[in-house]
Design a protein around this ligand. Structure first.
Ligand code: IPE
Ligand code: IPE
Ligand code: MG
Length: 236
């Protein structure tokens, strides 16, 4: 990236990692091959994002809808989580980075649930960077879950109160949402939190989404004028 131009670096980036299946199909390989390659791409991006000064990278790893995929594909994905949370995660800790998991984990295999929870518990406190895994995550379920817990406790909520009941409690809103793989939709990702996010869509299939491609998204974001409904000072 051009160091002479100071870029606006987002605090929180959401990443919809789409296109693993098509990437594998193009190579006449099973979908699991694409998911493996996608995991490797994600690991590189997390390191790159923390180097840029991004504080939170939320990766959409498995949606609530994805649970309808064939058992074999899901088992492959669970295997990738097992690997990541037993080995790779340690490298992250060494760089004073943390992991966090958002989503309904209760339907995942018991050992995977434990690994994910341990991954969070063993994270350094006061981490400079957090890699957030959205696993069996769906924005609609997250919102319903928050509403129901408010109702059960007889609470009438303000915005802070509501946000404290979301999985993303304590995290800033995503400034930028990137989706790879060509589709232009959120597919149930962070719908509430992304209400004012900048959106970036690319045709690049996720396993090919390199740090260089990520930089393009940051550069694009950096040039956006975020007005939040107001008018520019000079137009006043
Ligand atoms: C995204 O890639 C990863 C997951 C949903 C787990 P896909 O598996 O959706 O890849 P395509 O969209 O079929 O290419
Ligand atoms: C979104 O991709 C979910 C993840 C990347 C984890 P999908 O491939 O599941 O989304 P749709 O089916 O195109 O909406
Ligand atoms: Mg897809």
């Amino acid at each position: 990236m051009d160091k002479r131009e100071p870029l606006k670096i987002p605090l929180h980036v959401g990443l919809i990692m789409d296109g693993n299946g098509r990437w594998a199909k193009k190579r006449h390989m099973p979908r699991s091959f694409g998911h493996n390659a996608g995991m490797n791409a994600m690991i590189k991006l997390a390191e790159h994002a923390s180097g840029l000064g991004i504080k939170y990278l939320t990766v959409y790893t498995l949606s609530t809808e994805n649970l309808q995929r064939p058992e074999e594909e899901l088992e492959g994905l669970f295997g990738l989580f097992r690997n990541y949370f037993t080995t790779n995660v340690k490298k992250l800790y060494k760089k004073n980075s943390a992991v966090k998991v958002i989503g309904d984990l209760s339907v995942l295999p018991q050992d995977v649930q434990k690994l994910l929870r341990d991954g969070e518990d063993n994270s350094p406190s006061g981490a400079e960077f957090t890699l957030v895994f959205a696993i069996n995550y769906g924005a609609r379920n997250e919102i319903l879950h928050a509403v129901n817990s408010a109702v059960e406790n007889g609470l009438k909520l303000d915005r802070d109160g509501f946000e404290n009941l979301l999985y993303t409690r304590g995290m800033p809103y995503p400034d930028l949402i990137i989706r790879t793989g060509g589709e232009k939709r959120l597919s149930n990702f962070l719908a509430y939190q992304a209400a004012y996010a900048e959106l970036y869509f690319t045709e690049v299939l996720f396993p090919d989404f390199s740090p260089k491609e990520f930089d393009k998204a940051i550069k694009d974001f950096s040039g956006r004028d975020r007005r939040y409904g107001k008018i520019k000072k000079e137009d006043n």
